[in-house]
Ligand binder design. Structure first.
Ligand code: GDP
Length: 453
């Protein structure tokens, strides 16, 4: 493989920048553009040691830097790696990289260092994917999930299932290939039991996928309710800015206003909608239609009610419409006092919070209720092992094959047919771990990475 180089720190001015070189000739290339103080040779340096010195381009001094050597296989990529820490100016960093490229290295592609780590067996594919998740984590929970994955949580579970399937395939093959030997017959009932175990483990792998996905990508949420209950006030309070127009004139919000809002560690892709009521106003009517459609398409509904007045006909219709949705009811305007009849809502919606959006009072109760409705809790997110759609698809497909194999056994089909299905399940798990995967999938995984990682 060629020797590659890239700037690993962001393309912005900073205290220091790091340029990374990896490959067979990494030390040779570094030797040509860097002179350690005392004229030592970089090639004589041991792994995990540093040298202070000068980076230069064709005799022109560029910067004084620290150079660190990592010797194969004890490096991030598994190859010889040199990292040069220079002053973090965009221009000086570019000049050093250019000198490196002139002296025998090639520009690294997106994620190419991590791709090499994967190809050299330093990481499995799920761990490589976790590297990017660590970089893009925006909260503690996201980071913790990515760290779990980086430590091989998904890999270990998938490998356990894969080993089990491998053993079953081995038993089936031995029995089919050497009937004259004294190999015990494969009992369909035993096979079913073993496959049931694999199925259980696969289900546990995908179990908390939604919780993980919500923490990583957020959920679509709509604030709904009749006009004037305080939807826009709540929306502005949650988004921390005056995005939605607030007036006491019913029907002010006609279009949908959207904002990505972080509540605790959860991200809501939040939409403020037109107040839902019967109206003859054509434009307002279109807004009402959109709001009703959003109720159907959103994963979470925040239904707002005016706590200062009893439920109206429009409120009751809304309660009916959101009956089977994941909903938090917000009884707003608590600062004006809560009328007794409003507690009727609690009979309809389990998670009901009383707050004042205008005074930003009680918002933390809303956060707790949202996490309950979305079933986000410590144990579910820390056991969420599957990080993305690619991994989820592999496990889902393996599950379908295992379940079909069990049905085939129960229907008394030939073991040959069962064998094919188990083999297919095994292929999906190998693909999940990256043990047997097409170049296209690998390229797709690493295209999500940044250059320099
Ligand atoms: P929307 O039509 O449901 O979006 O309601 P708005 O957010 O536009 O608010 C309607 C009126 O209620 C405005 O005059 C707000 O200032 C007022 N309002 C909203 N929330 C509260 C609250 O918590 N307490 C009080 N006292 N007034 C509120």
């Amino acid at each position: 493989m060629s020797t590659i180089a890239a700037v690993s720190t962001p393309n912005a001015a900073g205290g220091i920048a790091v340029i990374r070189i990896s490959g067979e000739n990494a030390l040779d290339v570094a030797e040509r553009i860097f002179t350690p103080s005392g004229n030592r040779s970089i090639k004589d340096m041991s792994g995990y040691t540093c040298a202070y010195g000068i980076a230069h381009d064709n005799g022109e001094r560029l910067d004084d830097c620290i150079l660190t050597v990592f010797r194969a296989p004890h490096s991030y990529t598994g190859e010889d790696v040199v990292e040069i820490s220079c002053h973090g100016g965009i221009w000086v960093t570019k000049r050093i990289l250019r000198a490196i490229l002139k002296n025998g290295a090639e520009n690294a592609g997106a994620g190419e260092f991590t791709k090499r780590a994967y190809l050299n067996g330093k990481l499995d594919l799920t761990q490589a994917e976790a590297v990017m998740d660590i970089i893009s984590a925006k909260g503690d929970r996201e980071l913790k999930m990515a760290e779990n994955l980086r430590e091989g949580a998904a890999f270990r579970k998938a490998e356990k299932c894969s080993d089990r399937l491998m053993k079953i395939l081995g038993d089936l093959a031995a029995w089919a290939d050497y009937p004259e030997e004294d190999i015990p017959e494969v009992e369909p009932a035993n096979l079913c039991r073993e496959l049931a175990e694999v199925r259980k483990d696969l289900l546990s792998l995908v179990e908390n996928y939604d919780c993980g996905r919500i923490i990583r990508e957020g959920v679509s949420a709509a604030i709904v309710g009749r006009p004037n209950v305080g939807k826009s006030t709540l929306f502005n309070c949650l988004s921390g800015c005056e995005r939605s127009i607030v007036t006491n004139i019913a029907g002010t919000t006609r279009d949908v206003v959207e904002e990505s809002v972080r509540i605790g560690d959860s991200v809501l892709r939040l939409a403020d909608t037109a107040g839902i009521r019967q109206t003859d106003d054509i434009i307002e009517g279109i807004g009402v239609d959109i709001a009703e459609k959003l109720i159907d398409s959103s994963e979470l509904i925040i239904a707002v009610f005016d706590g200062n007045s009893p439920l109206t006909e429009d409120d009751l219709k809304l309660l009916e419409k959101i009956d089977n949705k994941k909903t938090v009811a917000v009884v707003n305007k608590s600062d004006l006092g809560i009328c007794k009849e409003i507690s009727e809502i609690e009979r309809h919606i389990q998670h009901t919070v009383y707050l004042s959006a205008k005074e930003s009072d009680g918002i933390e109760k809303l956060q707790t209720a949202i996490e309950k409705v979305l079933e986000i809790n410590e144990s579910s997110f820390s056991s969420a092992a599957v990080a993305n759609e690619r991994q989820k698809k592999c496990i889902d497909s393996a599950l379908v094959c295992v379940e079909s194999a069990v049905s085939a056994l129960e229907n008394g089909e030939l073991l040959d047919a069962v064998n094919v299905l188990i083999d297919e399940a095994e292929q999906y798990l190998l693909s999940l771990m990256g043990k047997k995967v097409t170049d296209a999938v690998v390229d797709e995984v690493f295209s999500r990475f940044c250059v320099g990682k």
